[in-house]
Structures are given as structure tokens and as C-alpha cells.
Design a protein around this ligand. Structure first.
Ligand code: CUA
Length: 335
């Protein structure tokens, strides 16, 4: 199994990758050989038959074509092109026909992250976890503009469109972590729309699936929120050290008076945060672009509660938070 990669290609870590590479190298080397022949012979003949004083041009002796040579340089390229066509078509069909026993994951692209929904009900953001040696079907669409799902080491690349599903599949052959890129320019955050494909053993995948369904039991809401802050990729746009990023920082946010782009202002409370998560376009903080995606359907109510508790915990001036203790009690009751 090739895991090292070459000058031309990254490591080949899916069932289809070595086949794609073999065709690529065939075309590459055939092109190099033909290029060298054409350019080399042109140069050689140009020098050998250059015009000299006192030497008559060959063509004047009535030589105008050579049937054998012409058949040769027509038939040989035809054979080469047919090989590339048949080989390419077969590989194309393999890439596009999903095996029947494939495990299906719903992929959603939006500005600017990936989310993945698993058949068992859990979801993950920017990290798709799959079992090794099992065909994985990806059912993909976009919530906004065109994105593209690209995992170089699997040789898998497929556009992700709004209002229409696209489908692709792969079978990873090697446990490990692989880069996932968006390869369709989709706006300001395009270059940050990167994720990971984590390929794990069958047992590890089952354990991970169970964890995914984890609802924060045995954890305080605040700690659960801190976990979600990273796992749901809030961290990409919201910092907690006071620095501005794509979105407002979360520390010292709760209880603050926030000026909005329409000239009004709001006090950041539980309802404002909840609305901002589910319907981000409703109230845009002045000085920021309206780019936050909705987390409707991605976050459950309890997860939103946890994020609110986490944001509250990042407020240094505790006098702005009245009901923190009652919230903590709530989480204990839920257990
Ligand atoms: Cu999404 Cu580029």
C-alpha cells in the first residue's frame, strides 16, 4: 500500500486512488515520450536538412507524401487515445457508482464550514469520522453557494450545490487523518473552509458513534458548552481572548450592550444568544459582516443551553449575570 506519495501525487489512501494514479502516469509518460520525439526529431531534421548553397530542395524531386508513415502516425495516436478513453471511462464509472453496502453520511457545505450527519443521528462539524475498509457514500448539498468536497489522498472531488444533491463515495484503506478542502471559491472564508477526514478502525468508529450521541450527561452545562465551542466549530469565528475575528469575541459578551448594524442596540442575554444561533441574520452586530450560518437543525436545545452557559462563564463582571446559580442547578437536575 502506497502511503508515501510522489513528486506528482499525494499518498494514495483509497481503493480508487492507485487506479486514478496509474492512468495519470500513463498519460504523463506517453505525453513526455511523444513530446520528446516530436521536438527532438523536428530539431534534428531542421538542422540536417537546412538550406545549403548549391543543394537542391528534396521536394522539387516530386516527393510529396508517404502512405505508410501517415497510417503509422494516425493509427498509433488513435490507439493511445482509445486506451485512455476506455481506461478513463471504467475508472470514472467506479468513482460514480456507489457500492450497495455503503455507509451513508449526509454532508452539508455552507459558508464556511462542513457539517456531517450520521445515520445514527449524531452530527459533527469540520471533522468527518469514518471506518477503514468500508465504502462510505456521501450525500451532499449546500445551504448557500457552490462548494466542493476534495480529499486529495482519496482522489475524491465533487461539487456541493445548493438545491440539489450530489453524490460521491470512497473507501479509505489506511487509518489516519486526511485533509479535506473546499475547492470552489465560495467567498471571503473559502481558504478557511478546511476540515479533516479521520479514518479509524471499526471498533473505534463504534465507540465514536456512541460519543457523538453524547448529550452532556455528567457534565456541567458550562463544560459541555466549552466542548461544543470547539467541536461545533464556533471557535473558527469567535475568540475568547477579546480579539476580533469573523464574529464578535465571546468573553465579556454576556450582559453587554451590543450596537447593531441597523443603529439600534440590544443587551446580550439568553434570548439574544439563542436567536443569534438559530437566526443569525436577525440582528447583526455593528462592524461585522452578516456571514454567520444558522445552526438550526445542527444544535439541539440542550446544546444551545450549554453554549449560553459557556458564554456566561466567560463574563468576568459577574454582576451582569443574575441567574447563573439557578442555571447550574438546572443542569444537575437534568442528570
Ligand atoms: Cu466553500 Cu470554498
Amino acid at each position: 500500500m502506497d502511503t508515501t506519495g510522489t513528486f506528482w501525487m499525494p499518498p494514495a489512501n483509497s481503493t480508487i486512488a492507485s487506479e486514478v494514479d496509474a492512468l495519470f502516469y500513463f498519460i504523463l509518460y506517453a505525453s513526455i515520450i511523444i513530446f520528446a520525439l516530436v521536438v527532438g526529431l523536428s530539431a534534428y531534421f531542421a538542422i540536417k536538412y537546412k538550406r545549403r548553397d548549391g543543394v537542391e530542395a528534396i521536394n522539387s524531386k516530386g516527393l510529396d507524401h508517404n502512405v505508410k508513415l501517415e497510417i503509422f502516425w494516425t493509427v498509433v495516436p488513435l490507439i493511445l487515445v482509445m486506451i485512455v478513453f476506455v481506461w478513463g471511462f471504467q475508472t470514472y464509472m467506479k468513482i460514480n457508482v456507489v457500492p450497495k453496502d455503503a455507509y451513508e453520511i449526509k454532508v452539508t457545505g455552507q459558508k464556511w464550514f462542513w457539517s456531517f450527519d450520521y445515520p445514527e443521528g449524531g452530527n459533527s462539524v469540520n471533522e468527518i469520522v469514518v471506518p477503514v475498509n468500508k465504502p462510505i457514500k456521501l450525500l451532499m448539498d449546500s445551504k448557500d453557494v457552490v462548494h466542493s468536497f476534495f480529499v486529495p489522498e482519496f482522489r475524491v472531488k465533487m461539487d456541493v450545490l445548493p438545491n440539489r444533491y450530489s453524490i460521491t463515495w470512497f473507501e479509505a484503506t489506511q487509518v489516519g487523518e486526511y485533509n479535506l478542502f473546499c475547492t470552489e471559491f465560495c467567498g471571503k472564508g473559502h481558504s478557511e473552509m478546511v476540515g479533516k477526514v479521520k479514518v479509524v478502525s471499526e471498533e473505534e468508529f463504534e465507540k465514536w458513534s456512541e460519543d457523538l450521541a453524547f448529550s452532556g450527561e455528567g457534565m456541567t452545562l458550562k463544560d459541555f458548552g466549552a466542548k461544543l465551542y470547539v467541536s461545533k466549530a464556533c471557535v473558527t469565528c469567535h475568540k475568547i481572548d477579546g480579539t476580533n475575528s469573523t464574529g464578535p469575541p465571546w468573553n465579556n459578551l454576556f450582559g453587554k450592550e451590543e450596537h447593531l448594524s441597523d443603529g439600534t442596540s440590544v443587551i446580550v442575554d439568553e434570548n439574544y444568544i439563542r436567536e443569534s444561533i438559530l437566526n443569525p441574520m436577525a440582528k447583526i452586530t455593528a462592524g461585522y459582516q452578516a456571514v454567520m450560518p444558522t445552526f438550526q437543525g445542527i444544535l439541539k436545545d440542550k446544546q444551545i443551553d450549554a453554549l449560553i452557559a459557556y458564554i456566561k462563564s466567560l463574563q468576568e463582571d459577574k454582576s451582569l449575570i443574575q441567574d447563573e446559580s439557578s442555571q447550574e442547578d438546572e443542569s444537575l437536575k437534568n442528570e
